[in-house]
Write a protein that binds this ligand. Sequence first.
Ligand code: HEM
Length: 421
Amino acid sequence: MTSAVDQPTGGPPADAPEYDIARSVRCPLDPAPAMTARQKEGPLVRVQLWDGTLAWLVTGWEEHRAVLSDQRVSVDPMHPGAPKLSPGERAMVDTLRKQGKSSVGMSFIMMDDPEHSRLRRMATSAFTIKRIEAIRRPTQRVVDDLIDKMLDGPKPADLVEAFALPVPSLVISELLGVPYDDHDFFQRNSKAIINRDTPGEDRLTARQELLTYLDGLLGEKLTHPAEDLLSGLAERVRAGELTREEATEMGVLMLFAGHETTANMITLGTLALLQHPDQLALLRDTDDPKLIASAVDELLRWITITHGGLRRVALEDIEIAGHVIRAGEGIIPVNETANRDPSVFPDPDRLDITRDARRHVTFGYGIHQCLGQPLARMELQVVYPTLLRRIPTLALATVPEKIPFKHDGFVYGAYELPVTW
Ligand code: HEM
């Protein structure tokens, strides 16, 4: 049921279409047909969510950026008007409210300024281009070792398990100072948080398990500091700049955001290239770092794994594209339609690794724009050319219709990708 506080504008208009992010089985790398249909209706469209509440779907590129850079817009999921995109998400927030909590405990990704900036600033130094370039070589070694192992193992192999998930998990574990041996544990709990269908209670348990785990690690770093990001946060706790709880939540955010997203991008980017042999050949045969970088951005744009919309709520009345978003109304900026906006990306449905796709919004926009994007870009720039060159005969070992896509996740991906060579 919809409560009065969650439905600030009264009952939904009879003609508000349903919010639907299911991608088509026939074109699983294109945006959901319902999202494309809304995009054709206009850059701002009202939709009805699963619980009958209304929200503004922002489908245009310009409007997407306008919303995400507007200080009158909040990211706080505890706000009564914030869109809840699944029953699990609502149940989790309701339980936390009952417990008297004022945040969902996922650190600054779900906070507004000035708190957001205060915390984000403490992690930025780990993600500067210089720091990331320094780990390009070790990342190359990780990628080569995993390919060696895959080539030594049985055929067909599951690319997700053998390669796409271990690469970013190993890299982020090393950067943060989290033992990779615990990867089953943190990957399982991250999955539970990210899946839309996870019931509220299970989502809370997964979140708590990660918090307890990171708190334990932080305790160790306080007594035995090392050269890693968690030790840096521990140092700030010691200096009184951060509470232990804040540092723990930041650790969870980075561990969680640092592997699930990039892993899905490795899987789907490889699939997209296998389905576009001309683009695959261009990327495989080039040594030009500019073309490699532009291929990565184009794959990020074209696939848009961060699909289904970000969540925001208006704190004041805001006028955009001839519509007034009233204070308290939910807003869902949609990355995948912004990334296929023909006024910014000509012939947007075509995968073209030579185009300049840098204005894509797969990493979001505004103050919450992805902190880890230099890391994600570097990993993908190492991964695709290495994989294609070292396994030139790489091929799908199943028919595309049988690939189990993550239709239940807010980050799109595939549960497995059988490949052979
Ligand atoms: C292909 C890979 C990735 C994609 C597509 C991606 C996408 C995103 C998006 C869309 C947001 C903004 C969410 C919003 O505005 O509500 C975000 C934020 C964030 N991402 Fe990523 N991400 C990726 C990889 C990473 C990695 C490797 C890290 C490393 C730790 C990371 C850390 C973060 C953090 C800390 C934030 C919060 C930023 C803030 O609120 O200020 N991400 N990411």
